[in-house]
Ligand binder design. Structure first.
Ligand SMILES: C[S@@+](CC[C@H](N)C(=O)[O-])C[C@H]1O[C@@H](n2cnc3c(N)ncnc32)[C@H](O)[C@@H]1O
Length: 274
């Protein structure tokens, strides 16, 4: 089993407070799709929900709101800084039915205390996503819902063509593969859910694309955030990383340009009644 330190070293995106700010932008881009997904999968008021790899906690707050006063949400992340910031936000916003736990999913032995387990953009970072899905199954009551969204990095596009975007996607893919993760895990999700013992597995594909600079800025932010891992793996020099960040920022800040997110596969299923 991996230690928390080895999992952190293996994780390719810079964490902490800067990582949380990037995830806040990501959460705003993905929110409409996430809310639709929860309705489709069957989230009901009164449910106990777990958000694994919760990052900024934005989805955990949405789950808490949708679960209502009779339900609750737990956000779990291995990054103690992000978890502390999310806890602070919960007390500032006086949200009493959300709780945040600093914890590595690979190190947990979950009890079946939840009606819904959600993970977005987490499995792509894990060496053994099937093991994580089996843990999600253990965390669910019989009949409970698992909801997963994850990326297929082959799907990026822009208008007009942006060479820096192609290089970013190439570096992201290479560094993820070097660290033993799957940057194109999205299409594998239905098969993985079935293998982990979920039934009635369903899927949907979404791909947000943005013309608003405030959202397009996610790409230079992500390039910057993977810079340490890219350089450590010898895939690019720091000066190339810096240049790509500038080129992506310039593109994002140019009116009329468009950046897409990666293709995102959403898959959901149900723990069989024992
Ligand atoms: C790409 S971010 C996605 C955050 C959030 N789910 C979202 O969609 O905005 C992945 C998050 O998973 C966390 N993470 C990565 N590996 C983890 C693990 N083994 N256990 C718990 N959290 C993990 C990271 O710290 C990071 O906050």
């Amino acid at each position: 089993m991996s230690s928390p330190e080895s999992v952190k070293v293996h994780y390719i995106i810079r964490g902490g407070a800067a990582g949380r700010d990037r995830l806040k932008v990501l959460a705003r881009i993905m929110r409409p799709a996430a809310l639709e997904l929860f309705q489709r999968a069957g989230l009901q008021p009164g449910m106990a929900c777990l958000d694994v790899g919760c990052g900024s906690g934005d989805i955990s707050f949405d789950l808490a709101q949708l679960a209502g006063p009779g339900g609750r949400a737990v956000g779990m992340d291995m990054d103690a800084i992000k978890v502390d910031l999310a806890r602070g936000e919960a007390s500032e916003r006086k949200v009493s039915n959300v709780e945040f736990r600093a914890c590595n999913i690979c190190e947990t032995d979950p009890e079946p205390e939840f009606d819904l387990v959600h993970a977005r953009f987490l499995l792509t970072h894990l060496k053994d996503p099937l093991q994580a899905l089996r843990k999600f199954r253990e965390a669910l009551q019989p009949g409970g819902i698992v909801v997963i969204s994850d990326i297929d990095s082959r799907g990026y596009f822009s208008y007009p063509e942006c060479p820096a975007l192609h290089r970013y996607a190439e570096l992201y893919t290479l560094v993820a593969l070097r660290r033993g993760c799957d940057p194109n895990i999205g299409p594998r999700l239905p098969a993985l859910l079935t293998e982990a013992g979920f039934e009635n597995v369903q899927l949907n594909v979404v791909q947000p694309a943005e013309t608003v600079s405030e959202f397009k800025i996610i790409l230079p932010l992500t390039m910057e955030s993977i810079g340490d891992a890219v350089v450590a793996e010898g895939l690019a020099s720091q000066s190339e990383v810096d240049r790509l960040v500038v080129e992506l920022s310039d593109f994002a800040n140019t009116p009329g340009t468009l950046f897409s997110m990666p293709r995102v596969v959403e898959a959901w299923g149900y723990r069989p009644q024992d």
